[in-house]
Design a protein around this ligand. Structure first.
Ligand SMILES: *Cc1c(COP(=O)(O)O)cnc(C)c1O
Length: 381
C-alpha cells in the first residue's frame, strides 16, 4: 500500500459491531474480563491500552515503517520518553542539534533530564563537527530536519552513518516533515519522534505526540513501561483527532507545500526582505539534500526583513489575515518572531519571522504580505 492509503486504512477497519466507517471513540477506562479471567479484546485498562490509541499507533508505525509506535500526551512527553528509554548499557550522553526545538533545551535546563544525561549541541549540517562530538562515548544522536528557526536541512543518512560508527542510536524528530515527506528509518534512524499536535492533527486543536521504533528490543520494552507507568498517555479523543488528521494529511501537505513555495518565491523577490529560508529555493544551502531525502519541501519557511527586531515586529503587526501565534501545521497561516519567543539563547536573527504556511488561497496570503510591507514603509516615512 502507498502511504496515502496506509494513512486511511491501517488500524482503521470498520467497526465490527455497528459497521461504522468513521471509528467510534472508546471512552471506557476498563474492559470486561472473560469467564476464564482473560481479556479477549486485548484491552485491560485505559492507561495501558485503548482502542483509539491502538489504531493511531498502528497507523503511524506502518507509515514510518517502524515496528511499533507509542503515543503520548504531547510531543514533549514523547521526546522525554524517547530520551529516557535509552537502553541501559549505552552512554548517558546525547549529541543534540544546536538549533534543537527550544522545548528540548528547556527540558534539559529545567528538569532532571539535564542531570541524568550529559549532552553537547552541534551544528548538524557540519559533518566534521558531528564526528568530533561523537568521538566521546555517545548514546544518542538527535536530529531535527527541517529545523527551527532557520529551516536548516540535516543529511539524515550521513549523520546516521557517523552516529552508528560511534555506537550511538539515532533519533529524528520528524514533526516538520511528517511521515509523508520524509522516512527517517530508511535513512538509518532507530527512533522517530513526532509532535502530532502539528501537521498530523492539522487543525490546531489537539496536543499529542508519539515515539516510533524501528526494531523490537529492550528499548521498546522500556518505552512501553514509561508510557504505561509514568502514564503521560493521550486521551481516546486526542487519539481519534490525530488519526482523523492522518487521513487527510497527504492532501493537506500538498497544499501546504505548494503555498509555501509560492510565498517563498514572492518573499525572495521583495526588496524589504533580506533573506528567505526555504529549502525549495536553489539558494538554500540544504536544497540538494532536501531534494534527495524529502518528497517535497514542507510548509515551514522563515524570512528576514531589513531593519531587525523593530521592523520585524512592525511588519507582523500590520498583517490582517495571517495570524500572530506560535505553533505550526494547522489550517491557518501563522507568523512568529522566534527571537522574542525563545529568549536570550535563541539562534534566530532579530529580523527573522517564521511562517507556518496554511491552507488559505495563496493569492490572499501574498496580498496580506504585500499590504503589511506597504504599511511598514508608510509608517517609516
Ligand atoms: C511542537 C514541537 C515539539 C513539541 O511538541 P508538543 O506537542 O508541543 O509537546 C517537538 N518538536 C518539534 C519539531 C515541534 O515543532
Amino acid at each position: 500500500m502507498h502511504p496515502e492509503t496506509i494513512a486511511i486504512h491501517v488500524g482503521q477497519a470498520c467497526d465490527q459491531l455497528t459497521g461504522a466507517v468513521a471509528a467510534p471513540i472508546h471512552l471506557s477506562t476498563t474492559f470486561e474480563r472473560a469467564e476464564d479471567g482473560g481479556f479477549p479484546s486485548g484491552f485491560v485498562y485505559g492507561r495501558d491500552g485503548n482502542p483509539n490509541r491502538h489504531s493511531l499507533e498502528a497507523c503511524l508505525a506502518a507509515l514510518e515503517g517502524g515496528v511499533e509506535a507509542a503515543a503520548f500526551a504531547s510531543g514533549m512527553a514523547a521526546i522525554t520518553a524517547a530520551i529516557e528509554s535509552l537502553p541501559t548499557g549505552l552512554p548517558r550522553r546525547l549529541v543534540l542539534p544546536d538549533d534543537m526545538y527550544f522545548g528540548i533545551r528547556a527540558l534539559i535546563d529545567e528538569t532532571d533530564i539535564g542531570a541524568r544525561f550529559d549532552w553537547v549541541a552541534v551544528d548538524m549540517t557540519d559533518l566534521a563537527a558531528v564526528k568530533a562530538a561523537c568521538a566521546e562515548p555517545t548514546g544518542l544522536v538527535w536530529m531535527e530536519t527541517p529545523s527551527n528557526p532557520l529551516i536548516k536541512i540535516v543529511d539524515i543518512e550521513a549523520v546516521a552513518r557517523i552516529a552508528r560508527a560511534a555506537g550511538a542510536l539515532v533519533a529524528v524528530d520528524n514533526t516538520w516533515a511528517t511521515p509523508l515527506l520524509q522516512r527517517p528509518f530508511a535513512l538509518g534512524a532507530d527512533i522517530v519522534v513526532h509532535s502530532l499536535t502539528k501537521y498530523v492533527g492539522g487543525h490546531s486543536d489537539v496536543m499529542i505526540g508519539a515515539v516510533v521504533l524501528r526494531e523490537n528490543g529492550p528499548q521498546l520494552t522500556l518505552l512501553r513501561a514509561i508510557q504505561n507507568h509514568k502514564g503521560a498517555v493521550p486521551s481516546p479523543f486526542d487519539c481519534w483527532l490525530a488519526l482523523r488528521g492522518m487521513q487527510s494529511l497527504s492532501a493537506r501537505m500538498r497544499v501546504h507545500c505548494a503555498n509555501a513555495e509560492l510565498v517563498a518565491q514572492f518573499l525572495a523577490g521583495h526588496p524589504a526582505v533580506a533573506a528567505v529560508h526555504y529549502p525549495a529555493l536553489e539558494s538554500h544551502p540544504g536544497h540538494a539534500v532536501a531534494k534527495r531525502q524529502m518528497r517535497s519541501f514542507g510548509g515551514m519557511l522563515a524570512f528576514e526583513v531589513h531593519g531587525g527586531r523593530e521592523e520585524a515586529m512592525r511588519f507582523a503587526a500590520g498583517l490582517q489575515l495571517i495570524t500572530r501565534a506560535t505553533s505550526l501545521g494547522g489550517t491557518h497561516t501563522l507568523i512568529e518572531h522566534r527571537a522574542s519567543v525563545e529568549g536570550p539563547q535563541t539562534m534566530a536573527p532579530e529580523g527573522l519571522l517564521r511562517l507556518s504556511v496554511g491552507l488559505e488561497h495563496p493569492d490572499d496570503l501574498i496580498a496580506d504580505l504585500v499590504a503589511a510591507f506597504a504599511a511598514c514603509s508608510v509608517s517609516r516615512s
